[in-house]
Design a protein around this ligand. Structure first.
Ligand SMILES: *[C@@H]1O[C@H](CO)[C@@H](O)[C@H](O)[C@H]1NC(C)=O
Ligand SMILES: *[C@@H]1O[C@H](CO)[C@@H](O)[C@H](O)[C@H]1NC(C)=O
Ligand SMILES: *[C@@H]1O[C@H](CO)[C@@H](O)[C@H](O)[C@H]1NC(C)=O
Ligand SMILES: *[C@@H]1O[C@H](CO)[C@@H](O)[C@H](O)[C@H]1NC(C)=O
Ligand SMILES: *[C@@H]1O[C@H](CO)[C@@H](O)[C@H](O)[C@H]1NC(C)=O
Ligand SMILES: *[C@@H]1O[C@H](CO)[C@@H](O)[C@H](O)[C@H]1NC(C)=O
Ligand SMILES: *[C@@H]1O[C@H](CO)[C@@H](O)[C@H](O)[C@H]1NC(C)=O
Ligand SMILES: *[C@@H]1O[C@H](CO)[C@@H](O)[C@H](O)[C@H]1NC(C)=O
Ligand SMILES: CC(=O)N[C@H]1CO[C@H](CO)[C@@H](O)[C@@H]1O
Length: 651
């Protein structure tokens, strides 16, 4: 029970942490450099050096919040730089950077001869290039990005504009004098604006001044927009009507013991992320070597006749036309691996087209083979993969179009729909379970989805659930990175052993499914930062403990079905048990769902990190009851006091 308590406290500190702080891991701009004149001959080495450099950047960021790294020699030399905004504390910095790092891959030199990219998040920054830009203050990719919305009409625009002007001038003067960083606000005439200016660590103060002076000029084009940013080679300047920064003069956020534990969890998460990145790198390099030989005999574009004749092969041009050249109005959404567009084929068939961040031309054979295999998977609860395009400038996947929205939108975004009735919820839960059981146990490929969540379950016209995005992991064995694309976003769905150790089995999907069931039946999202700040799994478990599971059922569910609904919650709890071995298989879940007479076992473990069963090996930490001292954490192998080390260094 102690351990359960600890876990709850951990979760609370987690939720408190996520509510009070914000790593600002939101994209402000991505600028890829497209140098079409550079020779592509040595691109492979360049990419390997890029990945090595990114690997070296991470531990530095985690130690000092900035990093400048060079890898490679000659004309494949890669310069990489990362930095967090100085008002973020180390944990927020790590979170922001972990996400930023996976997204900068969108500028990888797969296409043409892209050999440089900058990704600005509001909390952190990454850039890589082929030359030493570390002390550059202004450059060709510099951007000014204004919000699209004007300030509220209740705000006097003249006053607002004057305040912005004073604020940014003040920031630009103060930052170079204050270690390249300044935040502040101006509130005159009842109008407040907040701002932040920062120059990168290696930019000296005169270059900083120069950079910010330019930024002040450029940002003046933004008012009366409510927000403006200048994203220069050497500095970042932002103003907003919202106070978005932390006040660094106030004492730093108190990290109590709970948060210390959070730090450990996060640190281990990062180690697994770092580990997967390393593995990805290794795989990538290995793959490159093997591919090199293949490619020598097979030029790009010279596709085998099998591919050319295959029904699975769509031409890039036809898909481009189908989506009206990827027009914004056809965009259905954006996921970890690419954006999705709605398209209409010449024969009138409506499809969903996924545009992948990764160009796969290098993996034509492999990719096509995988598409072939996955397209052979048919199940009423899985979104069907119709084919792909691998001949164009980027790779596209073509899926069956599912007209209704995702379960997430249906439950939590759409305002104008009736709450789902019991029948519909049951159908959704059962269908999702059947789809997963098929992926895990019945299909010949044995696929682990890895990212089961509400937004990956789409609803048909008659509310049949269809699981989207399965098999992507198979298509991209090199792309282990999307594990970390949404650490904050999908953490709530990730099984403990997966978060801590990156250990991935079907049971990780079962855990995610359990969270999903809990959400569908309770009508509440499993986010750490909900209104009443109660983590929904904890709440349901409490109700279960008190023998009142019925009370956790969404009030919108009809009274006469509440008993049945609480049965589903119990199944959900069985699926989220802490140790993977105690979770049922998906086929067992389907059996419980369909055979009403079947007795459902009692869940024995709440969803917490089990100290003995699932955490072993050199990467692991033992989790002690909350009321013991932090020193009682122990490393089950390896050097004795390396705990602090492992917090700081994710490897
Ligand atoms: C493009 O690459 C060539 C050769 O490496 C180089 O001389 C040129 O300066 C680059 N152009 C830009 C805009 O970076
Ligand atoms: C580049 O990275 C590789 C792999 O991490 C490392 O072995 C090598 O020493 C690095 N090279 C330079 C010049 O830092
Ligand atoms: C920028 O830094 C590099 C290396 O740190 C140095 O060689 C170079 O002179 C600097 N450039 C300027 C313009 O200060
Ligand atoms: C906005 O404020 C200025 C200066 O205080 C004032 O002259 C002007 O009349 C105000 N405009 C409106 C629309 O209130
Ligand atoms: C900038 O603002 C700070 C604090 O509000 C103030 O102390 C300082 O005098 C201002 N500097 C300039 C140049 O306006
Ligand atoms: C920062 O916080 C301190 C104390 O909480 C307060 O006095 C100060 O005005 C704040 N500064 C800014 C720029 O918000
Ligand atoms: C300032 O704003 C508040 C609320 O936004 C409003 O009630 C008040 O009347 C305003 N005062 C002036 C002087 O405009
Ligand atoms: C600061 O950096 C700029 C550009 O990188 C350089 O021209 C200047 O000489 C440097 N100034 C000092 C004092 O180091
Ligand atoms: C994006 C933008 O507006 N850039 C401008 C910033 O200011 C310089 C002059 O200082 C202009 O040349 C840029 O076009």
């Amino acid at each position: 029970m102690n351990q359960f308590l600890f876990f709850l406290i951990l979760l609370f500190s987690f939720s408190a942490k996520l509510c009070l702080s914000d790593p600002r891991a939101t994209e402000a701009a991505l600028v890829c450099k497209n140098n079409r004149t550079a020779a592509p001959a040595d691109r492979q080495t360049f990419v390997s050096n890029f990945l090595a450099a990114m690997d070296a950047v991470t531990p530095l960021i985690v130690r000092q919040k900035y990093a400048a790294v060079v890898n490679g020699t000659g004309n494949t030399k890669v310069y990489a730089y990362g930095e967090c905004m100085k008002d973020l504390d180390q944990i927020d910095c790590n979170i922001c950077f972990a996400q930023c790092k996976t997204q900068v891959l969108r500028c990888l030199p797969f296409q043409l001869a892209t050999r440089g990219g900058r990704l600005f998040y509001d909390g952190c920054y990454i850039r890589y290039d082929e030359y030493n830009f570390f002390n550059e203050s202004l450059g060709v990719g510099d951007r000014t990005v204004c919000a699209t919305k004007d300030v509220a009409s209740s705000i006097n625009q003249t006053v607002f504009e004057a305040n912005v002007k004073q604020l940014v001038r003040n920031l630009s003067v103060e930052a170079p004098k204050n270690d390249n960083f300044f935040v502040g606000s101006v509130s005159r005439g009842n109008v407040s604006v907040y701002g932040l200016a920062q120059c990168w660590e290696l930019v000296n103060s005169s270059a900083c001044e120069n950079c910010l002076a330019n930024a002040v000029l450029n940002i003046s084009s933004c008012p009366p927009k409510e927000e403006g940013r200048v994203l220069n080679a050497g500095c970042y300047l932002r103003y907003s009507t919202e106070k978005f920064y932390y006040n660094s003069t106030a004492s730093p956020p108190i990290r109590n013991r709970g948060n210390r534990k959070l730090a450990i969890i996060l640190a281990t998460t990062f180690s697994s992320v770092a580990l997967t990145l390393i593995i990805a790198t290794a795989l990538f390099c290995l793959n490159k070597k093997l591919e090199k030989k293949k490619r020598e005999r097979k030029q790009l574009g010279a596709l085998s006749p099998i591919v050319n004749k295959s029904k699975l092969n769509f031409s890039y041009e036809s898909l481009e036309r189908a989506t009206n050249y990827f027009h914004e109005s056809n965009k259905l959404g954006q996921g970890g691996s690419g954006s999705v567009y709605k398209g209409t084929l010449p024969n009138g068939k409506v499809v969903a087209i996924k545009r992948l961040f990764f160009n796969t031309r290098q993996w034509v054979d492999h990719f096509f083979n995988e598409v072939n295999l996955i397209s052979g998977i048919h199940h009423k609860n899985l979104v069907k993969l119709l084919g792909c395009s691998i001949t164009g400038p980027e790779s596209l996947l073509v899926y069956e179009y599912v007209p209704n929205q995702s379960l997430h939108d249906y439950l939590f975004v759409k305002k104008d729909v009736e709450p789902l009735r019991w029948e519909a919820r049951y159908k959704i839960v059962l269908g999702t379970a059947e789809g997963l059981a098929y992926l895990h146990e019945e299909s010949k490929l044995r696929i682990i989805h890895r990212d089961i969540k509400l937004s990956n379950v789409l609803l048909d016209e008659d509310l049949t659930p269809k699981i989207a995005d399965f098999g992507l992991a198979r298509l991209f064995p090199e792309d282990k990175t999307h594990i970390s694309t949404g650490i904050a976003g999908t953490l709530g769905y990730m099984a403990p052993e997966y978060v801590v150790r990156g250990q991935l089995t079907e049971k990780a999907d079962v855990y995610s499914f359990g969270v999903l069931v809990t959400e569908v039946i309770s009508g509440k999202r499993n986010k750490f930062c909900s209104q009443d700040s109660v983590f929904i799994l904890h709440k349901v478990w409490n109700h279960y403990d008190a023998d009142k599971l019925c009370d956790a059922v969404d009030p919108a569910i009809e009274d006469n079905f509440r008993e049945k609904a609480s049965r589903l919650l119990q199944i959900g709890l069985l699926c989220v048990q802490a140790s993977a071995e105690t979770r049922p298989s998906m086929s067992t879940v389907v059996k419980w769902l369909t055979e009403e007479s079947h007795e459902i076992p009692e869940p024995t473990q709440p969803p917490f990190l089990n100290p003995s069963s699932s955490l072993e090996g050199s990467q692991s930490i033992s989790v002690a009851p909350y009321n013991s001292q932090p020193e009682s954490y122990s490393q089950s192998s390896g050097s004795g006091n390396s705990l602090t080390q492992s917090i700081i260094e994710p490897r």
